[in-house]
Structures are given as C-alpha cells and as structure tokens.
Design a protein around this ligand. Structure first.
Ligand code: AMP
Ligand code: ZN
Length: 460
C-alpha cells in the first residue's frame, strides 16, 4: 500500500513496524461548538484510511483524542481557551460544553458511518500523563519557566521544522506577528506546555495541581502524552488536517522526540480543507454547515459521505448544494444497482482488483469510485455486481447492502400477489401466505421478509 508522507513530501510504501498491527493516532476535535461538514470531510478521510488498512489485512489500533481543555483561540498560545469561550457563549461550564459537543461530534460521525476509534481519550482525563511528560522534559533540560507558563525551548531541539519545512526565520516572523503575551519567552516560537492559573488565566475554570504550580496543559502536549500512552513511543501513522502541520504537529514531534529520542510517527497524513462555494466557511458568511442543514434540505448524511469521495484527500474540496444533490442521486442509483439477489455469491474479480489498486495508491478514492461505476455499467449479471458492490462498501461505508432496493421492472401481478401474501401473514394465515410465495417463485420471483418489509427480487 502506498501512502503520501508529509515528512518526506513523497508517496512511500507503507508497512507498519509490527504487522499486522497498525498504530494510528488521529487528532480529534476541540469540543466547543457544533461539528461542521469540514470536520466531517477530514474524519471521513481518516475512516477511508483505516478501512483501506483493514482491507489490506491490517489490524488498526486507532486512537483519537478529545480536546476538552487547553486549546487557545490562537494556535500560538495567545487568546483564551476555546472551551472557556464556549462556556461563556452557551452559559454553561467548560466541561458541560465539552460533553455536549462531544456527543454532537459522535452523533455526526455515526451518521456518516465513520468507524469509531478503538480508544477515545479526553485530555482532561489524562492530566497525570501530561504532567509526567512535562516533568521528564524539564529534567532533560528542554524547558524553562516564566511567570505565566512552562515553555518548550525549541532552540534545544534540532531540526524543529522538519515536518513543516519552514525556515525558522519564517516561523519567527509568523510568531512575532501574534500578540506577544509573554515577554519572558526566549524565542517567539517556543510553546507552552503548562499554563499557570495566575495572571491572564487567573479565572480559568479548569485547573489541576502540578509540580509546576496549579494550572492547565497547553494544547500540544495532550496528543504526545496520550498517543504514546496508548500506542507506544513510535506510531505508524499520525493524521490531522493540513492546518496542524506548522504548529500543532511540529510541536508534537519536538516534545515527543525530545523526550524519547525516538521517531515519534513514521507517517504523517494530512487532509486538505473543505470550502463552500469556493469560499472559506465562516460565521459572518453563515455558511458553516452541519448535518442538520444537510438533513433540513432533504439530503442524507451518506450522500455527503459519497460527495467527499469525488475529491482526493490531499486536494481542497469545494462543497456546493448542487453537487450534493447529484451525489444523492448517484447514491440512490448505486442502491438500486446493488439490489440483493439470493444468488450464488460471486463478484467481479477484475473490478474488485482495480478498486483495491486505486485505494492502495495513496487512497485514490475518486478513481476507486470510477471503478465502481464502470462495474455498475458492465455486462456482468446483477447479482455479481451487487456482490462486488457489497465488498467495495466495506471501504466506502455507504451502507449499500442495507439500502439496496429492487424497484426495477417487477410486474404488477407479482406486486399484487406479494401484497396479498403480506395481508395473509398479518392475519397469521401462514399456510395460505406460503402458497402465494410458492406461486410467486413459479413465476420467477422471490420474496424476502426483511426488517424494512417485504422485498421482491428476481429469481436467478
Ligand atoms: P478543531 O476541532 O478545530 O481542532 O478541528 C478538528 C479537525 O478538523 C482538525 O484536524 C482540522 O484540521 C479539521 N478541520 C477544521 N475545519 C476544517 C475544514 N473546513 N475542512 C477540513 N477540515 C477541517
Ligand atoms: Zn493533536
């Protein structure tokens, strides 16, 4: 399987360190507001990566964090904690806000059929691991304290920008443009590991005792502490959005590798953003859409999932309502083509092979989808197409088997007979109902009783 690695900026052959186990870590949401379709695009991308690994026979130990403290409104240690901001906005406590939006997040990812991570780790429930890591970094001399915080000293870590490939001077300028909030910082790009609940954070609600005095963790440290706690010192794959490359992931690498002396993650996978009608989603434009907006306009969350497949994960995706409408139609069509037949279970091997090849080329989902359509238009018998579609759906996750429906060309007489049979069954006249079933079969059709009602299929 080939996968693009942000570290090398090339597509590499992926092999885990200890097959069949793949240690995969995903930066999870900061739970202070509703989950929007941009988030969903990213997490669907991670889901495709995980399912493709599973398709290749790997066992994926997938860990994801929930950021419920410490992520400031600027990634550069300025501003206030997003959770505290959310608490003020919604008139709740930070943890009430966190749990509320965490639930919204999981409801949203369930609706687009994303597999839940094997382990979900909340930052607030792993404070001791974070403190341990900071203490260790202090002992090794990678940190310093000011009146406001414990900082990681990036000048002590060689090759700090190996992921971002930024010039340090570039980064310096970037960091300098931020509001300078702590004049005692040695280098502008040093980042906080632990904030003290004094000064600008004296009213911060979430706080814990620590060897560095009372406070709360900086954002980056949670991911290093929790990923290494659950997955060991070297991860196979770390994922996130492209926005995380320059600060968050760069800092994760610095603190983890400074502590362990080992490679933190062998592969870095970054997902490009989603924009709406060619513009960035923003509050002022009122275009931060959630699944509620999608449902309110009569579309299914799975149609959105399908829509994301049309853009490769490393390219920006442009969301439009007309594209979603087309996606919904395409999905309905697939459900029709995939109608279940009680037939010999043989698929179309060449298409299945092409489909897998596409995914194994750096998750080329757009190509995989076009293979799916070529299969659907091919001359293979319907039952074989259906069988292959079910198999492909183990990666696509469009719930094709559950939604497959036959509505094509069933003669009215057969439909009437099935209706009569349903009535008899409701009256518990099973013998009479069974006679009709046999008659239907004699005419070349089969009835199946599913939990969604009776399904009529052509007999093979
Ligand atoms: P956050 O909760 O803001 O930390 O975001 C969680 C994840 O969603 C991050 O990995 C972001 O990169 C990603 N994300 C946020 N906005 C978008 C967007 N518009 N398109 C794609 N991914 C996004
Ligand atoms: Zn992270």
């Amino acid at each position: 399987m080939k996968l693009y690695n942000t570290l090398s900026r090339t597509i590499e052959e992926f092999e885990p360190l200890n097959p069949p186990l793949v240690r995969m870590y995903t930066c999870g949401p900061t739970v202070y507001d509703y989950t929007h379709i941009g988030h969903l695009r990213k997490y669907i991308g991670d889901d495709i990566l995980r399912r493709t690994l599973e398709m290749n026979g790997y066992e994926v130990k997938h860990v994801m964090n929930i950021t419920d403290v410490g992520h400031l409104t600027s990634d550069q240690d300025a501003g206030e904690d997003k959770l505290e901001k959310g608490a003020k906005k919604f008139g709740k406590t930070p943890l009430e806000v966190a749990r509320f939006f965490e639930e919204d997040f999981f409801k949203s990812i369930d609706a687009v059929n994303i597999k839940r991570p094997v382990i979900v780790a909340r930052a607030t429930e792993h404070i001791s691991q974070q403190i341990e890591l900071i203490k260790f970094l202090e002992e090794k001399g990678f940190t310093y304290r000011t009146k406001q915080a414990v900082y990681f000293d990036v000048s002590r870590f060689p090759n700090y920008t190996k992921l971002s490939k930024q010039e340090l001077s570039e980064k310096l300028v970037g960091a300098r443009n931020e509001v300078v909030v702590d004049r005692e910082k040695k280098n502008p790009q040093d980042f906080a590991l632990w904030f003290f609940t004094t000064g600008r954070f004296k009213d911060h609600v979430l706080r814990w005792p620590s060897p560095f005095t009372e406070g709360f963790p900086g954002w980056h440290i949670e991911c290093s502490a929790m990923s290494m706690h659950y997955l060991g010192l070297t991860l196979d794959i770390h994922t996130g959005g492209v926005d995380h490359i320059n600060a968050h992931h760069t800092n994760e690498i610095a603190q983890s590798e400074a502590a362990t002396g080992k490679t933190f993650s062998r592969f870095w996978v970054h997902h490009a953003f989603l924009s709406v009608e060619e513009t960035k989603m923003s509050k002022s434009l009122g275009n931060i859409y959630t699944l509620k907006d999608i449902r309110d306009r009569g579309f299914s969350p799975l149609a959105f999932r399908y829509l994301t497949f049309q853009t490769h994960y490393r390219s920006e995706m442009n969301f439009t309502w007309s594209a979603l409408e087309a996606a919904q139609k395409a999905l309905e069509k697939i459900y029709e083509i995939a109608a279940d037949f009680p037939a010999p279970r043989i698929g179309c091997a060449e298409f299945e092979g092409d489909f897998e090849d596409a995914l194994n080329q750096d998750l080329n989902v757009p190509r995989a989808i076009s293979v799916m359509w070529s299969l659907s238009r091919s001359n293979y018998p319907d039952y074989a197409k259906a069988e292959s579609l079910y198999k492909m759906d183990e990666v696509l996750g469009l719930k094709i088997r559950e939604n497959a429906k036959i509505i094509k060309n069933i003669p009215q007489t057969i439909l009437d007979m099935a209706k009569d049979r349903d009535k008899l069954r409701k009256m518990r006249k099973f013998n009479a109902a069974d006679k009709i079933r046999v008659d239907i079969e004699k005419k070349g059709y089969v009835v199946e009783d599913t939990d969604k009602g009776t399904k009529i299929l052509r007999k093979i």
